[in-house]
Design a protein around this ligand. Structure first.
Ligand code: NAP
Length: 240
């Protein structure tokens, strides 16, 4: 069965990896980022069963998130899978962290996830079916020096996930989170060689993960009808 799946923050990195995997399985995928998806990214979806969709907009804005969900609902009729993946970092030690760095990270990572859940939930409740998958982070589970804003936002995503899972469990809607460790994307590319070496030493499997590793966990959560309120770590053993 083909499912209608929204993946926020899917112009690159983990979101794009999740989207390509779902499209390859015949699902209707709707990409999202703050600006138009580049033609070469859209071209990566050529050859799949269904033409890829896109919704351009900033998910940290409540009304814009509402508009995006409304447009998708109007065009595709249902929203079966909501993957809240869009996220940013603005790292720094707390002594030097600007208020803006705190607010921006909380607004995208936590409020953006709330916004999309808030607007998608009534649709899924009416359908009496749905899967919500929120991308948290290992930083939200174990903390990370220099990432008070990011870790707090991702810990918030865990609390949101578990609470919403309890609210929606009786409606045949599951809500779960994935906590990636270090995955090779633009986000981790920015880290200095010194930080990369130090993080590799901390990972029991001694390697970074790939976007496909996260896509496989999304597949599992879409299939798993009796799993809700869980946080699945995909991190080479980092958080054990
Ligand atoms: N990479 C890792 O090792 C790692 C580890 C743990 C957790 N994560 C989490 O996994 C998710 C994806 O990470 P990534 O490494 O793939 O990041 P990335 O390569 O930086 O991609 C982030 C995506 O989010 C979009 N985005 C950012 N702000 C947005 C907004 N306000 N509205 C809509 N889209 C927005 C970006 O597009 P535009 O900038 O064009 O809008 C881009 O498509 C994030 O939530 C991240 O925190 C990543």
């Amino acid at each position: 069965m083909s499912l209608t799946c929204i993946i926020t923050g899917s112009s690159r990195g983990i979101g794009l990896g999740i989207a390509k995997n779902l499209a390859s399985k015949g699902h209707q995928v709707i990409l999202n980022s703050r600006s138009e998806i580049a033609p070469e990214v859209l071209a990566e979806f050529d050859g799949f069963d269904l033409p890829v969709g896109q919704m351009v907009g900033d998910i940290s804005n409540f009304n814009e998130a509402k508009r995006l969900v409304k447009e998708v609902r109007k065009e595709y009729g249902t929203i079966d899978v909501m993957v809240n993946n869009a996220g940013i970092t603005k790292d720094g030690l707390i002594m030097r962290m600007k208020e803006e760095a705190w607010d921006d990270v909380m607004n995208v990572n936590l409020k953006g996830t709330f916004n999309m859940c808030r607007h998608v939930a009534p649709i899924m409740i009416r359908q009496n079916a749905g899967k919500i998958i929120n991308i948290s982070s290992v930083a939200g589970l174990m903390g990370n020096a220099g990432q008070t804003n990011y870790a707090a936002s991702k810990a918030g995503v865990v609390g949101l996930t578990k609470s919403l899972a309890k609210e929606l469990a009786g409606r045949n809607i599951t809500v779960n989170a994935i906590a990636p460790g270090f995955i090779e994307t633009d986000m981790t590319d920015e880290l200095s060689d010194r930080v990369k070496e130090a993080t590799l030493k901390m990972i029991p499997m001694k390697k970074y993960g790939q976007t496909e590793d996260i896509a496989k966990a999304v597949d599992f959560l879409i299939d798993a009808d009796y799993v809700t309120g869980q946080v699945i770590s995909i991190d080479g053993g980092l958080y054990m």
